[in-house]
Write a protein that binds this ligand. Structure first.
Ligand code: MSP
Length: 509
C-alpha cells in the first residue's frame, strides 16, 4: 500500500518584520515533523514562505522609503536565508507576489464570483488599519480594537463580499463530526463557540484609492483583494503550480493561535465555495512570552534565531524550544532556562554518557566493539529504549514534542544508571572480567545509536556527530528497524570521544 503523504505548512510570514522566535518556532515544528515522518518512510512536503500584500506591508515600505516590491524582495530574502542558515528545511518557499499565486487567486475569485458567492454591496463599518479588517461594535473593548488598542476609523465603502454565512452550518457540522480537525481540542471548542453567533459575510476587497498594493480583482479593476483571501490560497496555489495536487487533502497546517479564526472559519468556507476538500488537520500552537511581556523592537527583547545559533548552537536552541513549550499552550522564553537545559539535559545527560562510553571503549579495547552477552540488566536497558521509541511515536502523533523528548531522556537516564550499576570501570581492573566489560560497552553503544536515531529529527547535527563518533555512516540514522546488536559488525571501531555540547557558564547568558 502506498504510504500516506504528509503535507506540512507554516503560516506565510508578513514581510513587515524580520524572522524572530515566533516565526522560528513554527518553522522548526514543520522541520521536525518533516524529518520525523521522512525517517518513517512517509512522503513529506513542507511549504513555507512570505505574505507580501496589504496595508501593513505598504506602510512598512513607505516607512523604509522604498517601493512595496523592493521591500518585500529584501525581507522575503531574509526569511529564506535565515531558514537556510538555521538548517530549517522546506521543500518550497512561496511568495504571495509570485505570478502563479496571483493568477491562481484571480482564478478562484472569478470562479466563486461566477457561482454567485461573491456579491457587491455598500458597507459602513469600523475599520482597524492594524488588523486590516472591519470590526463589529460588540467585538471592541471600550470602543478600541482589542489587539491594537486604537479606536477604529469609521469607513463607508462599496465593496465585494464573500457569502461566508452560507457555509456556516456546514462548517459547524464538519467540526462536530471531526473531533481531530483542529488540535489541541481547546481550539476546536473555541471555534465552535465562535460559530454559535452568525459569522456574517467577509469583505474581500479593498478600493485601490485606499490601498493599491494587492491582487487586482479579476472582475473589477478598481479593487484589490483582501490580504487574507489572497494569502490563505497559497496552501493550494503552490501545489497547483508544482503539479502536486495529490498532496492536497493531506494538509496539516501549523499556525499560532493568533490566526485561528482565519484558518478555522475563513479558510474552510473558502475551500467549500471553491469546491475543494478540507485540510486534514489544523495544528494550533501557543505563544512565546518574554519576561517583560511581549517581544518588541521597542523593548529591545526580540529573539533572533541566528543569534541563538551563534551563542548556543542550533541544536541546543531547537531542543529548548521543543522541550519547553507544550504545543498549544503559551510558554515563557528565557535564556537562563535555555542554558539550564543545555548544561543539564544535553551536556550532562546525553553528552556525558557518550563521552564516558566512547572513552572506555577506547581505553579498554582501542575502540573495537566487543561481542554482546546479554544479562538481566541488559534486557532492562533494551526495554527502556524500546519503550522510548514507542512513546516517542505516540507523542509526536499528538504533537507533544516535550513529552516525546522526555521519553527519550528517561531511556538516557536509564543508560546513565546502567553505567553506574554495572560499573565497567571497576570490572576492567580484573582481566578475567574484560569480556563482560566489552559486552556492557556494546550495549551502551547500541543505546547511543538508538538515541541518535530517535533524536535525529530534533537534534539533527548532534545525531550525525554521534553516529560519526560511533563509527556509523549518517545513513544508518534512518534505519529505525535495525535490531539491537546489528549496527556493529565484528571488528567495528568507535572513535575517541569529543564533547557534543560545550557547557555554557550561566554568567555568559
Ligand atoms: N501573514 C499572516 C499569516 C498568513 S497564513 C496564510 C501572519 N504572519 S505573521 O508574520 O504575523 O506570523 C504569524 C505566525 O508567527 C503565528 O501564527 C505564529 O505561528 C508565529 N508567531 C509570531 N509570534 C509568535 C510568538 N510570540 N510566539 C509563537 N509564535 C508566534 O500572521
Amino acid at each position: 500500500m502506498p504510504r500516506e503523504p504528509v503535507y506540512l505548512t507554516t503560516p506565510l510570514f508578513y514581510v513587515n518584520a524580520e524572522p524572530h522566535l515566533g516565526h522560528t518556532y513554527v518553522t522548526l515544528v514543520a522541520d521536525v515533523l518533516g524529518r520525523f515522518w521522512r525517517a518513517r518512510n512517509r512522503p513529506v512536503f513542507v511549504l513555507t514562505g512570505t505574505d507580501e500584500h496589504g496595508d501593513k506591508i505598504a506602510q512598512a515600505a513607505a516607512a523604509a522609503g522604498v517601493s512595496p516590491r523592493e521591500h518585500a524582495d529584501r525581507v522575503s530574502g531574509i526569511f529564506r536565508s535565515t531558514w537556510d542558515a538555521a538548517g530549517l528545511r522546506y521543500d518550497h518557499f512561496i511568495r504571495t507576489t509570485d505570478s502563479y499565486h496571483v493568477a491562481f487567486v484571480q482564478k478562484v475569485l472569478a470562479d466563486i464570483h461566477a457561482k454567485g458567492d461573491i456579491y457587491f454591496g455598500g458597507y459602513r463599518g469600523l475599520y482597524c488599519f492594524g488588523c486590516e479588517r472591519f470590526y463589529q461594535e460588540r467585538e471592541l473593548v471600550d470602543g478600541l480594537c482589542p489587539d491594537h488598542r486604537v479606536a477604529p476609523t469609521e469607513l463607508a465603502e462599496e465593496n465585494y463580499f464573500f457569502r461566508m454565512s452560507a457555509y456556516q452550518e456546514r462548517l459547524v457540522a464538519t467540526l462536530e463530526a471531526n473531533p481531530a480537525l483542529i488540535v489541541p481540542e481547546g481550539y476546536r471548542r473555541e471555534v465552535l463557540s465562535l460559530l454559535r453567533e452568525p459569522i456574517g459575510d467577509l469583505c474581500i476587497s479593498r478600493p485601490k484609492s485606499r490601498l493599491a498594493w494587492g491582487i487586482e480583482l479579476p472582475f473589477d479593476s478598481r479593487y484589490v483583494t483582501y490580504v487574507w483571501f489572497d494569502a490563505l490560497l497559497n496552501y493550494v496555489s503552490a501545489l497547483v503550480h508544482l503539479g502536486r495536487m495529490e498532496l492536497w487533502p493531506a494538509a496539516e497546517h501549523l499556525i499560532g493561535k493568533d490566526i485561528l479564526k482565519a484558518h478555522a472559519v475563513f479558510w474552510p468556507t473558502m475551500l467549500m465555495a471553491a469546491g475543494l476538500p478540507l485540510y486534514r488537520r489544523l495544528c494550533v500552537h501557543g505563544h512565546w512570552q518574554m519576561q517583560q511581556g511581549k517581544m518588541s523592537k521597542s523593548l529591545g527583547n526580540v529573539v533572533r534565531p541566528l543569534d541563538m545559533k551563534a551563542r548556543y548552537g542550533m541544536d541546543a536552541f531547537r531542543y529548548y524550544l521543543l522541550r519547553e513549550m507544550a504545543f498549544g499552550q503559551d510558554a515563557e522564553f528565557s535564556e537562563e532556562a535555555l542554558v539550564a537545559r543545555l548544561n543539564g539535559d544535553l551536556a550532562n545527560g546525553l553528552g556525558n554518557l557518550a563521552s564516558r562510553v566512547l572513552a572506555m571503549q577506547q581505553r579498554y579495547f582501542g575502540g573495537v566493539v566487543q561481542p554482546l552477552a546479554p544479562e538481566a540488566a541488559d534486557h532492562a536497558l533494551r526495554a527502556a529504549f524500546a519503550a522510548a521509541a514507542r512513546e516517542l511515536d505516540a507523542h509526536i502523533a499528538d504533537l507533544a514534542f516535550h513529552r516525546g523528548l522526555e521519553a527519550v531522556w528517561r531511556a538516557l537516564d536509564h543508560a546513565n544508571k546502567y553505567v553506574v550499576e554495572t560499573a565497567p570501570f571497576t570490572l576492567a581492573k580484573d582481566p578475567v572480567r574484560l569480556p563482560r566489560v566489552g559486552a556492557i560497552l556494546h550495549e551502551l553503544c547500541e543505546a547511543l545509536r538508538t538515541a541518535a536515531q530517535l533524536l535525529a529529527p530534533f537534534l539533527p547535527e548532534t545525531a550525525e556527530r554521534l553516529a560519526g563518533l560511533l563509527g556509523l555512516p549518517a545513513t544508518r540514522l534512518g534505519e529505525l528497524d535495525l535490531p539491537w546488536g546489528a549496527a556493529f559488525a565484528p571488528g567495528h571501531r568507535t572513535l575517541a570521544p569529543e564533547a557534543l555540547f560545550p557547557r555554557v557558564e550561566v554568567s555568559a547568558a
